[in-house]
Design a protein around this ligand. Sequence first.
Ligand SMILES: NC(=O)c1ccc[n+]([C@@H]2O[C@H](COP(=O)([O-])OP(=O)(O)OC[C@H]3O[C@@H](n4cnc5c(N)ncnc54)[C@H](OP(=O)(O)O)[C@@H]3O)[C@@H](O)[C@H]2O)c1
Length: 318
Amino acid sequence: MEQVKLGNTGLEVGVAGLGSGGSSRLGQGYGLPKADSVKVIKAALDIGITFFDTAAVYKTEKIVGEGLLGQRQNVVISTKAQIIKPGSPALGDNMAPPSQIREGLESSLKNLQTDYVDIFHLHGVMPNQYSYCVEHLVPELIKMREEGKIRHIGITERFITDTDHTMLSKAVADDFWDVVMIGLNFLNPSARKLLFPSTQKKGIATLIMFAVRTALSRTSVLKELLQEMVDNKLIDQAIASEPEPLKFLTDPGIAVSIMDAAYRFCRFEPGAEVILTGTGNVDHLRQNVASICAPALPSETLTHLETIFGHVDTVSGN
Ligand SMILES: NC(=O)c1ccc[n+]([C@@H]2O[C@H](COP(=O)([O-])OP(=O)(O)OC[C@H]3O[C@@H](n4cnc5c(N)ncnc54)[C@H](OP(=O)(O)O)[C@@H]3O)[C@@H](O)[C@H]2O)c1
């Protein structure tokens, strides 16, 4: 697998990273036995994946820890702390105190069976929560980094609602963040203008989520979303009326499926470093990694996508 440098962190990893969140959560989202989810981690190692993303709220840290036993020196582990008090509404302003972030790290270390994490993120920060995070939580993260318990500090956006990257636009203008996790797919390529120029200039590492998510992994959801985009005057009716959505992507010699096109789109977006893929199915994992490692889409196809979706910053593909 092709190796990529993660910004200025000094880390180098395979371009495809395994995510253990999303709707699948390594299959835990649909009741896969834990041992089978552990097998997904081990299969990922066999395929050459060296980047593993998890989070306290996904409840997959223990599975990741078990799957990576004996491999600690060969992998990069990314996990996240919840920034609101447990039980408070996700979009409320009931923010976690710094002590909760530290307790979160201690619990993650235990779950992951390690004494350090490579990247520790504040998870799903909303624009109205950002200044609290900077004022109260960043100093604690910096202390934890100085203690060697975390190697790099990261922040992830809540792309489902923050589709125009309002929070991360502030974050990339600051100088605290070593790593950011960004929502990107061909339906909403707005990170291209809003984030990548800064991350590239400053050497902030980028992890890409939402490459396929729900809309680009299920045809029926894609059809519904395209119609919604027509109704909201984002795209032309003709695109949503096609019997097979976005057929030009799967014409001979272009891509083998919409998902294949979606992963390749992200992989070759300048500024995108690790492309995350989440699954509980080893065959899906192999297909997705093959797509991430396949050549770029033809330039005419990219131009076609840009013409249709280049201006969109209001959908996530969730
Ligand atoms: N704010 C945040 O911090 C945040 C938010 C979202 C995601 N993330 C991270 O990003 C990672 C990626 O998440 P994502 O939201 O981009 O979505 P994703 O987890 O990659 O979603 C892919 C979905 O498509 C299915 N799928 C995967 N491969 C398939 C294939 N070849 N054929 C058919 N279906 C397939 C998966 O289920 P199957 O199990 O059936 O394959 C899953 O439901 C997460 O795991 C997580 O680590 C972070």
